[in-house]
Structures are given as C-alpha cells and as structure tokens.
Design a protein around this ligand. Structure first.
Ligand code: DN4
Ligand code: BGC
Ligand code: ZN
Ligand code: ZN
Length: 360
C-alpha cells in the first residue's frame, strides 16, 4: 500500500502529529477507508504519555492512533464483502492463550493480545488500511454512516450485559412477572460510555438513573429524557436521593465514589467496574462495608472490551436507537473535526460527549 496520511503518536511517550506513513506487511482480504474515527479517553491518555502499557508495533518508531471507527470497503478479495459496504473493524487481535484461540481475546488470560491504536498494532486513524474480514463486522443499515462510529464503545456495553445475565442468574433476580421493571440501575458518570450503558439498562427494563457529582448541561438532560433516563446530582442530599440500587455500573474509576454508591446496593445486587483511572486517590474499605457485601450476596465484577458477537449486537442496538431516537443519538456526537485539524484530541468544553474525526 502506498503512503497514506495518518495521525500518529510515539507510544508510550505520547504526542501526536499528522503525517504521511508507509506501512508494509499488513495482510488482509479487505482494504478499508475510514469515514469517521472516534476519540476516547484511552486515545487522550496515550497522546498525553499517561498510559505506560501502550507501545508501537514491532519495527516501527510510531503508532497510528485510533480504535473507534466506521469504514467503507474499497477493495475486497472475497464475495462476502463488496466495495461500498459499511464495516467496523475490531480493536483486539488474539494472542496465543486459550481464550484468544477461541476468539475471546476480550477475555485474554495472559495479556499477550494486541489492540489497534493502543498496543503494538497500528490503529484506524489513516486514509486507508488493509484488514482481515475475520476482524470486521458489517453494518447493513446505511443510516448508521455516522452513528456507527459508536459501535466500538457500545460493544463494551453488550459484553457487560452478557456478564450481568450470567451473574444475575445465581438468584431470583427479576420480579415475579419475570421482568426487570421496578429494578433500579444506577450509572456513575455522564460521558459517552455512561450514556450507552444507560440506554441498554433501559432496554433491559430497568428504571435507570445517571449520576454525577455536579449538574449536567441541557443537551445531556434532553438525551436522557428521550430515553426515559433520570439524572441525579449526588453532591446534594446523597442519602436521600441515592437508594435502592440493584445494578450499579461505574464509568468514573473513582474508588471513593464507587464505595459510596456500593453501600446503597440491595440484596443480590451487582456492581460493575468499567471506568479506569489509575491516578484516582485510594478509597477506604470498612469492615461494615465488607459485612454489607457478604450478608447481601453482592457481586463486584470488572468488565473490559467485547467479542465479535458483542460488536454485532452493538450494530443492531445502534441501528434500533438511531431509528427510535435519531436526535438523541446524533446529539451524543458533540464534535466533528477534519482529519487535518490542528488538535482533534483536545478535550472540548464540559458539554462535549463524543468527538469524531471525519476522513471524508
Ligand atoms: P469519559 O467521557 O471521561 O466519562 C467519564 C465520566 O465519569 C465523566 O462523565 C466524568 O464526569 C465522570 N466522573 C469522573 N469522576 C466522577 C465521580 N467521582 N463521580 C461521578 N462521575 C464522575 O469517558 P468514557 O465515557 O469514554 O469512558 C468511561 C471510562 O471507561 C473511562 O475511564 C475509560 O477509561 C473506561 N473505558 C473502559 C473500556 C473497557 O473497559 C473501554 C472504554 C473506556 P466529568 O469529570 O466529565 O464531569 O473496555
Ligand atoms: C477499548 C477496549 C480496549 C481498552 C484497553 C478501550 O478504550 O474500548 O476495547 O480493550 O481500551 O484499555
Ligand atoms: Zn476507547
Ligand atoms: Zn490471550
């Protein structure tokens, strides 16, 4: 493949610049052209040099950024995909452990997998690249050309709810009518992942609350309203406003906040840790809190990434949500910048939820 324009960093030291790159040796039966790539906290962490686990691919002194994308097929060597198809490439590529060998690199058991734009594999922020159809999911709904960039962050949501289904099966979790109506899901954090978890919690039938330590802007409240989600600013009257949690999903990564909310989780409840913030101050674990977890059969589980089937489920739900709530879904994308922009990674204002880069 000839030289292409790309957004590159030098991992793990960081920095970012736009330049022509010549990448050889990538194999695959498809050539993809990104339409949009999304930016998340992981990308910002890499360019800030704050993620020591990020590294360049072998033989390169740079790493092409980007793991969230929606692409168009521009060349296909197989009948299954045609020129013009919309697709989303997966982030993780398998290592050699048993989970990776079974296609579950999201559950890699020795850390030897690679992640596009993060660990040892060039990412998707470039004009075009070769890709194997094995690591690509098709997007049949042409109305998803823009919202389809949310597929990658949404696959994390699909995996977490799969784990929820496994864990919640250990007791009689639903109501007598076998629905989750009347059960309460609380989601800590009001970023893009917080929204996507909340949409899915509503989809499952939970009464759903998003929460943060401050109030949120009108744009966020409008999206919540369209999906039937409530908002609580927990800095006010915590003990009165926060109660009766059956499912708690944290996207903040803040230990003290997690512990505070977990004390409000009811019998047989489940706490999911998703957000990560290695720089957050420690939280104190009390004996009374340990008693609470034990006596009430509360599960605490971590969840990362997702498998190919979670990408496929993510495509279906984004398609559904894009048709049901087109305004809300497009409002999640609060910024669009051209690939040539000076600094697309700069965090926008407090109202920004998801920034995307246009490669059109
Ligand atoms: P984000 O947009 O930075 O969202 C984080 C949210 O947490 C923001 O709304 C924060 O509010 C809020 N927050 C921070 N501290 C607190 C606190 N003490 N109490 C309440 N809310 C708080 O990031 P994102 O939505 O893209 O991703 C969420 C997290 O998931 C990040 O930590 C990512 O590293 C992690 N992540 C994990 C995976 C995976 O496990 C994948 C992608 C992302 P404010 O500070 O903005 O007001 O596979
Ligand atoms: C991605 C995951 C990835 C993780 C690694 C996230 O932003 O969504 O797929 O495994 O970063 O830290
Ligand atoms: Zn990400
Ligand atoms: Zn592995």
């Amino acid at each position: 493949m000839e030289q292409v324009m790309a957004l590159v960093t030098n991992a793990p030291s960081g920095g970012v610049n736009s330049r022509k790159v010549n990448i050889t040796g990538e194999s695959g039966d498809l050539v993809l052209q990104p339409i949009y790539t999304g930016i998340c906290g992981t990308d910002r962490g890499i360019i800030a040099g704050a993620l020591p686990f990020a590294y360049n691919p072998q033989g390169y002194d740079f790493l092409v950024m980007g793991h969230e994308s929606i692409c168009r097929v521009v060349e296909s060597d197989i009948p299954l995909f045609r020129t013009g198809d919309l697709v989303v490439p997966m982030v993780r590529r398998p290592g050699r452990c048993l989970n990776c060998s079974a296609g579950r690199q999201d559950n890699c058991s020795d850390g030897d997998k690679h992640e596009a734009g993060i660990t040892g594999k060039h990412g998707f922020m470039r004009e075009q690249f070769r890709e194997s159809s094995r690591y690509v999911v098709r997007v049949d709904d042409s109305s998803m050309e823009r919202t389809g960039v949310l597929t990658e962050p949404t696959k994390n949501v699909m995996k977490l709810f799969e784990v929820f289904n496994v864990v919640s099966g250990r007791s009689i979790y639903p109501t007598p009518e076998y629905s989750l109506q009347g059960k309460h899901a609380w989601i800590i954090g009001t970023g893009s992942e917080g929204f996507l978890f909340s949409f899915m919690a509503r989809e499952q039938g939970f009464d759903t609350v998003m929460t943060n330590r401050h109030s949120v802007d009108e744009g966020r409240l409008k999206i919540m309203d369209q999906f039937g989600i409530d908002f609580v600013d927990y800095s006010k009257d915590f003990d009165i406003t926060v109660k009766d949690i059956d499912l708690l999903i944290d996207t903040s990564g803040d230990p003290s906040t997690i512990l505070r909310f977990a004390q409000k989780v009811r019998f047989n409840g489940i706490v999911f840790l998703f957000g990560t913030n290695g720089r957050a101050p420690d939280g104190a674990l009390s004996g009374a809190f340990v008693d609470h977890l034990v006596e009430k059969n509360i599960t605490i589980a971590g969840s990362v990434d997702g498998a190919k089937r979670h990408y496929e489920q993510a495509v279906s739900y984004i398609s559904k949500w894009t048709h049901e709530h087109p305004d809300a879904m497009s409002s999640l994308i609060t910024g669009e910048m051209p690939a040539t922009s000076a600094d697309p990674f700069k965090r926008g204002n407090s109202e920004s939820i998801k920034t995307i880069i246009s490669w059109k």
